[in-house]
Write a protein that binds this ligand. Sequence first.
Ligand code: KIV
Ligand code: ZN
Length: 510
Amino acid sequence: MANQLYIFDTTLRDGEQVPGCKLNTNEKILVAKALEELGVDIIEAGFPISSPGDFNSVQEISKATSIPIICALTRAVEKDIDVAADSLKYAKRKRIHTGIGTSYLHIYHKLMSTEEKVLERAVHAVKYAKKYVEDVEFYAEDAGRTDNEYLARVIEAVIAAGATVINIPDTTGYCLPEMYGAKIKYLMENVRGIERAILSTHCHNDLGMATANSVMGIINGARQVEVTINGIGERAGNTSLEEVVMTFKSHKNYGIETNINTKRIYETSRLVSNLMNMPVQPNKAIVGRNAFAHSSGIHQDGVLKLRENYEIIDPVEVGVQESSILLTARSGRAALKHRLRILGYTITDDQVDIVYQQFLELADTKKDITDEDLEKLVGQVDANKIQIKLASLKVTTGKDLEPFATVHLDISGEIIEASAAGVGGIDAALNAIRSVINRNEIIDEIMIQSFSRTSLALGKVHVQLKDEGGKVHHGFSAHEDLITAAIEAYLDAINKIQHVDVAIIESKRV
Ligand code: KIV
Ligand code: ZN
């Protein structure tokens, strides 16, 4: 059996059915391009008959992408298939996904039909779709609750009619992993012609089993998995892409390979979450805020000795920069020392003892201890440390204007004014600062992120400084004005360097 697992992403179809998560066409294109870069094999781009907006999105996604197969959903209805085929006209590689309910409930209480009529409609839909495209996927809706013998009969017939992929949806999230795995095994062993098609899993998470069921389906022979980013989808959601991919990356003994560039997982997760206004639960596997965060003293000590003591996945593998050590009342000295080192403080063991006692007292009154809290605590030990704050900033810039900045810095209570020109607004403000303080660190990187879809975006800036010894110092800030955020982040990094020896070159007391 081939071990390539095809990743069929339905974030833009099943995922987008979540109330309040509707995306416009431009946003869908952004997600589709991110999915292409992530390496998904198939993008289910929409259900074209459902609305002109969905039709348009499938068409635009078809134009905007070139590597993945673009798939459009239909019911087993000729008109649906005509419209889907039309929406896919610009796709370089295309698939129609058609199907019908096969469980007793769906046949008799939704379709008001019979087993024989449903089988006929299934075969007809596949043959009809084949007129337009070679690649036709058939779904047996509510397959999770469908009698296996009847399911096998339908699948045999649609493969004979030309279906290339067979989707076995657990539409209501009813199955247990053992049942779902056994269903796939039964189909692999009892459907004549199964070697001419690929079985696909499509599991919903109503009992929290979506990933487990998909994994059991794959172990038993399915070679396509239908997933969404962050597991979003109807009701309790769909199987999450990141969980399945990282399961098989973590258990190499199954030999299952995917085309996913796992280092892009975190970024894609955040893009989908931001665009859909759908926060990721903090304890979500792989992409949750706490997925690589350690808060108990025992775990922190273990992770700092060897990451693998408490982590089965290297966060870098999924695009998360590093594990985080959260400072809480349960943290030990090792975690405190580690955080202080990252902030640029190398204090003696005696100083750590003092700071640790103060830290514990503070941690009893506060849930999380921030870097700023630590700065204050360490400030009590290191009385010589100078703090530089941005008191005010004025920048003039524009088309055909030389950018010029005037800053007022509050250097441990004394206000200093400086002005300078620069290549852009940020450069001008930095030049002004450098004209009054003498620092040797070079700016290694400035990362600017903007959140929100409106002009009221909040800019988040991360500045990385490198000192002469190659040591890196980080600074962060967030502000509605990107230049202010960048300058505050720069000063934040400067302030974190221990014993800041600020030489004021040329100053003007205000
Ligand atoms: O859950 C389901 O059954 C579906 C089908 C339409 C594929 O989403
Ligand atoms: Zn579904």
